[in-house]
Design a protein around this ligand. Structure first.
Ligand code: G6P
Length: 366
C-alpha cells in the first residue's frame, strides 16, 4: 500500500533506493574472509573443488556472468555460467570436482531447481546457493548457502536482489581465493574496506537521479536502444538492456563493445541511442575507439563514465559522471545507474513499472 511506499511512486523505485542499506545488510558481520560464512562444510568443499559451474535464470544469470570475471581473475578458478533451462536439457561434460553454484532471488525457479538436480545426477554433489529466501527449496537442496538480505522484492524486475547477489558473489570470490592461497592479508584488508564502503558509494550513484531523468525523457521516445560494456561491465550492459526491455518495452540489446563492428554497427543511425558503460579500467582506450565508431555513424551516445575518464559531453555524446572509480566492485555501482534509467524511461512511457505485461516475479513452472 501507499504507506509502505513512503516517498516513492513504485516498489521498483523504492527497491532501487534500498540498495545501499540491503547491500550493507548482506555483508553485515563480515569482519574477515571465512569459509564458514557459506556453511559448516564450506572449508572442506572449497578445498575439494577446482572449478565452478554457475546455474541461474534472468537477472540472476547476469549476476553469475559477472562472478565469472571476478572468480577467474581473483581466485584463479575456471568458471562456466549456464542458463538453467539450457543446462538441464543439454549433454554436457560433468566433472566431480566442480562447485555448482545456483543463484536465485526466490529460490523457487523451476528451471534453476531442475538444473541443480541435473548437475547432482551427473555426480556433482558440491552445491552452493546464493539465495534471498532462507526457507526456499533451493536452500534446502544445496549443501551450502549464502543468504542475501535484500528483503522482500515486490517489483517484478529485479534490482536490489541483483546487487545483493553481486555482493555475496564478491565475498565468494574472496573466499575461494583465500582457500586457494591467492589472497594476501593486505589484499583481504583492502577488499573488505572497499566492500564496507559500498553503501556510501551506491548512495552517491543514486544521487545522480535528476540527471538520469533528463535522459529518460529522450529515451521514452525511442523504440530501440543498444547497450555497450566491456569486460566485467559486459554483464552489466546485458542487465541494463534487460531492465529497459522488461519495464519500458523498448527493444534493447547489449553487446560487448568490441563486437560492435561484427554486426550491431549496422543498426546505428541518428535514431539509435547507445548507452555505454565507461569505467576507468584497462579497456578504456579501446572503449573510446568503439565510441568513435558509433559517433562517426551519427549514433547518440549516452555514457556513464567514471569521474577520472576525461570523457566530456559534446555533439552526439551525453555524459553522466559516476562519482568515483570503484575497481572490481564497479559493476555494482554502474548497474544502479542503469536501473534508474530503465525506471524513469518506463515512468515517462506510462507503463505498469512494478508489474510488466506477461512477466511473473517467480517462474515456478516450466
Ligand atoms: C523472473 C523474474 C526475474 C528473475 C528471474 C529469476 O524472470 O522476473 O526478475 O531474475 O525470474 O528468478 P530467481 O528468483 O531465480 O532469481
Amino acid at each position: 500500500g501507499a504507506a509502505e511506499l513512503g516517498p516513492y511512486r513504485h516498489y521498483m523505485q523504492k527497491e532501487i533506493f534500498e540498495q545501499p542499506r540491503v547491500v550493507g545488510d548482506t555483508l553485515e558481520g563480515v569482519t574477515g574472509i571465512m569459509p564458514e560464512l557459506f556453511g559448516d562444510q564450506a572449508f572442506r568443499v572449497f578445498k575439494e573443488i577446482d572449478r565452478v559451474l554457475i546455474l541461474a535464470c534472468g537477472t540472476s544469470y547476469y549476476a553469475g556472468l559477472t562472478a565469472k570475471y571476478w572468480i577467474e581473475s581473483v581466485a584463479k578458478l575456471p568458471v562456466n555460467v549456464e542458463i538453467a533451462s539450457e543446462y538441464r536439457y543439454r549433454d554436457s561434460v560433468p566433472h566431480p570436482s566442480t562447485l555448482v553454484v545456483t543463484i536465485s532471488q526466490s529460490g523457487e525457479t523451476a528451471d534453476t531447481l531442475a538444473a541443480l538436480k541435473h548437475a547432482r545426477s551427473l555426480g556433482m554433489t558440491n552445491t552452493l546457493t546464493i539465495c534471498n529466501v532462507s526457507t526456499s527449496a533451493m536452500v534446502r537442496e544445496c549443501k551450502l548457502a549464502y543468504i542475501t538480505r535484500a528483503g522482500v522484492e515486490v517489483g517484478v524486475a529485479s534490482t536490489k536482489a541483483f546487487t545483493t547477489q553481486l555482493a555475496a558473489l564478491f565475498l565468494l570470490t574472496l573466499t575461494l581465493a583465500q582457500v586457494n592461497g591467492r589472497l594476501t592479508d593486505e589484499q583481504e584488508a583492502n577488499y573488505l574496506k572497499q566492500m564496507r564502503h559500498l553503501p556510501v558509494a551506491l548512495s552517491s550513484v543514486l544521487a545522480l537521479e535528476p540527471q538520469v531523468i533528463a535522459w529518460a525523457e529522450e529515451f521514452a521516445r525511442k523504440e530501440n536502444a543498444l547497450f555497450l560494456g566491456r569486460g566485467i561491465h559486459y554483464p552489466i550492459a546485458l542487465e541494463g538492456a534487460l531492465k529497459l526491455k522488461e519495464i519500458s518495452y523498448i527493444h534493447a540489446e547489449a553487446y560487448p563493445a568490441g563486437e560492435l563492428k561484427h554486426g550491431p554497427l549496422a543498426l546505428v543511425t541518428e535514431e539509435m541511442p547507445v548507452v555505454t558503460i565507461a569505467p576507468n579500467d584497462a579497456l578504456l582506450e579501446k572503449l573510446k575507439s568503439n565510441m568513435q565508431e558509433v559517433r562517426a555513424r551519427g549514433g547518440q551516445l549516452y555514457v556513464f563514465a567514471d569521474v577520472d575518464t576525461h570523457i566530456t559531453s559534446g555533439e552526439g555524446l551525453h555524459v553522466i559522471r559516476l562519482p568515483e572509480h570503484y575497481g572490481l566492485l564497479s559493476p555494482i555501482l554502474h548497474v544502479a545507474a542503469l536501473q534508474l534509467l530503465a525506471y524513469h524511461t518506463a515512468l515517462a512511457r506510462g507503463t505498469d513499472v512494478d508489474k510488466p505485461r506477461n512477466l511473473a516475479k517467480s517462474v515456478t513452472v516450466e
